[in-house]
Design a protein around this ligand. Structure first.
Ligand SMILES: [Zn+2]
Length: 311
């Protein structure tokens, strides 16, 4: 009986290995394309994926590895994520320490699928973190700046065109159209933010996720914690912010979708301000949500902040 079982096991293992070879061969033979001959492109998170869809249109089969609302710092890829990554012609990442932190899940995924990712942040003038322990590293949240979003679009277009030169003109046109749309969005909000008095041009958030946005619109920024770590919103961090805001007439502050608002609640109790809205800083929403695309996200955040500060 034992012998029979082990024979069955040997056969199962052999069949399994055969299937493994079959699937990894199919990975090479599909050339990174789906059954409609579209380029398979995966991105580390939903915001990059949204820009890829803007530029890639009908010639790209685009997916985000981390699901909407999932934490990019500590993510456990599903079997579907692994096979999508394996079959991708391009893997896009943000870089600037976004995917490298946390559990190191992204590096592991790249290794196990034998892929290399392309960072979409090249040529962006980065803002450095200043908190002890992370000082000198780049703040990863460059996508929250509208002008930076134009550079993301350019970088993504270049990679798509290089990988799929047959549709280069198509990608260029779509990228240019999206860049123009973002430029117009920037002009629209820049006019409004420029009209605010200096003492209203102060943006207070929980995480320092809006520093690029603030740079674009000449706003000062204050935050409780600089980047997501194990210690978000400690009493010491809250005290530092409250001290820093002394003497400033802050009436509106903001929280981030997906984060507890408790730390900010305790700040506003001490400074007498109101939470004027929740910003979408790290993910687009579901299709039927408030910010289903990257463009929607930028516009929504600008509108929320402007309305809050102009009160
Ligand atoms: Zn963040």
């Amino acid at each position: 009986m034992k012998k029979v079982i082990s024979l069955v096991l040997v056969i199962l293992v052999a069949v399994g290995a055969g299937l493994g070879i079959y699937f990894s061969n199919s990975n090479h033979s599909n050339n990174g394309r789906d059954d409609k001959n579209r380029l398979n492109v995966v991105s580390s998170f939903s915001i990059i994926n949204s820009i890829v869809q803007e530029v890639g249109g009908k010639y790209v089969n685009a997916h985000s590895i981390t699901a909407i609302g999932a934490d990019q710092h500590d993510y456990e890829p599903t079997p579907t994520d692994v096979s999508r990554t394996q079959n991708a012609a391009i893997v896009f990442s943000n870089g600037l320490n976004l995917e490298k932190g946390g559990s190191g899940w992204f590096d592991k995924l790249m290794k196990s699928t034998n892929q290399k990712s392309v960072d979409v942040t090249s040529e962006i003038k980065t803002i450095k973190l200043t908190t002890k322990g992370v000082a000198g590293l780049d703040n990863p949240h460059a996508w929250n700046g509208i002008l930076e979003g134009i550079q993301y679009t350019k970088n993504i277009e270049k990679v798509l065109s290089k990988k799929d030169p047959k549709h280069e003109a198509y990608y260029r046109n779509r990228a240019k159209a999206f860049e123009n749309k973002l430029q117009a969005l920037f002009e629209k909000w820049n006019e409004k933010f420029s009209s605010l008095p200096a003492d209203k041009k102060i943006l207070v958030t929980q995480e320092a996720a809006m520093t690029y946005f603030a740079r674009d619109f000449n706003l000062q920024t204050y935050f409780i914690w600089e980047i997501d770590t194990e210690s978000n919103g400690t009493p010491a961090q809250i005290k530092t912010l409250v001290d820093n805001l002394k003497g400033k007439n802050i009436t509106s502050v903001f929280t981030e979708q997906g984060e507890s608002t408790k730390p900010m609640q305790s700040v506003i109790k001490q400074i007498g301000a109101k939470i004027s809205g929740e910003l979408w800083t790290d993910s687009v929403s579901k299709k039927d949500g408030v910010v289903p695309t990257y463009y929607d996200l930028l516009n929504y955040n600008a509108k929320t902040i402007y309305e809050g500060l102009s009160k």
